[in-house]
Write a protein that binds this ligand. Structure first.
Ligand code: SF4
Length: 372
């Protein structure tokens, strides 16, 4: 999430607002306006966001914000403005990688989860509803994530219903552990309520139930996830299997490919993913981290097995320079723009326009990054 901190002037609690033109009549209502120069002042405008160090009388807002952050804001963006001076961008108007984060809670405890386990987890379904109501543009793509987005089933259905009503043609991606879809009636309600072009991205860490459950750290997860995948298939949904590569499963990648081919060849897409070392992944780094150069030979076999059998397979979050020639055509530019970065060797690299780069949010980057 793009975020910045300034100094609050008269903001109480947290407000979720759409950015409007400072010269429009809307500026006088419960919206946010960006004021860069004093000459743009709208005397009675509420909720001003500015790099300046002062506000006009009767104005409230956040002052002393970073100029680069202010310049990145656009009309139609939705932001949260907090009384501690923080401004979070919750929706970027006209962008295709908007994500609705609906809850911190999860019914799994994956050892390499990139989410930070907060001491004070919360649900954000109502916030997501409000964001959707404020959005004026029509996105082509949208992602729902958490935590586990289906954690409160009724609230999840409310969100997808609103998305379907507002953006019936959106390509919706749901990042879920799939366990709640083991309940067929719930799955059916979700499918009926969701946009027709929905894709369920579901992690599977092994074809062996005990290894999968060990990585998820919750007994019975494998059985529920596989049942959820089968239920979604019965309802003709698009499914993406996401295999995050860790120290626990890198030698088992070929078996995962076998399991997928023999048990769920109907899936739309399979992706093998490099790890984001943030949150639990960082806390458990010694247990989960393995250098890509150590596992590429296993990855090559797993990808080839599926590709040779005409399944749609990709590699996410791994730079081209760490992959053998044979795997580069499967590597996608998969890291969201706001959390992707390139390192010093990337300068003048011939692959920079197609490469995923590395996670700016990771505490540890892979060894061996080199210019091609
Ligand atoms: S040097 Fe950088 S841009 Fe080039 S392939 Fe490696 S990570 Fe990608």
């Amino acid at each position: 999430m793009i975020t910045s901190k300034g100094i609050s002037r008269g903001i109480v609690g947290t407000k979720i607002l759409r950015i409007v033109d400072s010269h429009s009549i809307n500026a006088f209502f419960e919206n946010a306006v960006v004021v860069v120069h004093d000459s743009e002042d709208v005397y009675f405008a509420k909720n001003v966001l500015t790099p300046l160090d002062h506000l006009q009388k009767y104005q409230c807002g956040i002052i002393c914000l970073d100029v680069t952050f202010i310049n990145s804001l656009h009309l139609g963006d939705v932001v949260s403005i907090c009384e501690d001076g923080r401004v979070n961008v919750l929706w970027q108007c006209g962008q295709d990688d908007n994500l609705l984060f609906v809850t911190d809670f999860c019914n799994s405890k994956c050892i390499m989860c990139p989410q930070t386990q907060t001491s004070n987890p919360g649900h954000y379904y109502d916030q997501a509803n409000l964001i959707l109501k404020l959005v004026k543009d029509t996105p082509k793509f949208l992602c729902i994530s958490g935590g586990e987005p289906t954690f409160i089933k009724e609230k999840y259905i409310d969100i997808v219903t609103l998305i379907n009503k507002k953006f019936p043609n959106v390509a919706l991606q749901v990042l879920t552990n799939g366990k709640n879809f083991s309940d067929f009636d719930f799955t059916k309600k979700c499918v009926i309520s969701s946009p027709i072009d929905s894709l369920y991205g579901i992690p599977l860490y092994s074809g062996n139930s005990s290894l999968h459950d060990k990585i998820v750290r919750t007994k019975g997860s494998f059985e529920k996830t596989v049942k959820g995948i089968i239920n979604l298939y019965k309802l003709k949904q698009n499914i993406e299997i996401r295999v995050v590569i860790t120290k626990q499963n890198y030698k088992d990648l070929i078996n995962i490919s076998h399991f997928i081919y023999w048990n769920m060849p109907f899936v739309f897409h399979i992706t093998f993913m490099g790890m984001e070392t943030h949150g639990s992944a960082y806390e458990n780094l010694e247990d989960v981290w393995v250098e890509p150069i150590e596992y590429v030979e296993y990855l090559e076999r797993a990808v080839s097995f599926l590709n040779d059998r005409m399944l749609n397979v990709s590699v996410y979050n791994l730079p081209h320079c760490l992959l053998p020639e044979s795997l580069r055509k499967f590597a996608k530019d998969s890291i969201s723009a706001w959390k992707k970065m390139f390192l010093e060797p990337c300068r003048n690299c011939s692959m920079i326009n197609v490469c995923s780069g590395v996670f700016a949010t990771s505490y540890r980057n892979p060894q061996g990054i080199h210019r091609i």
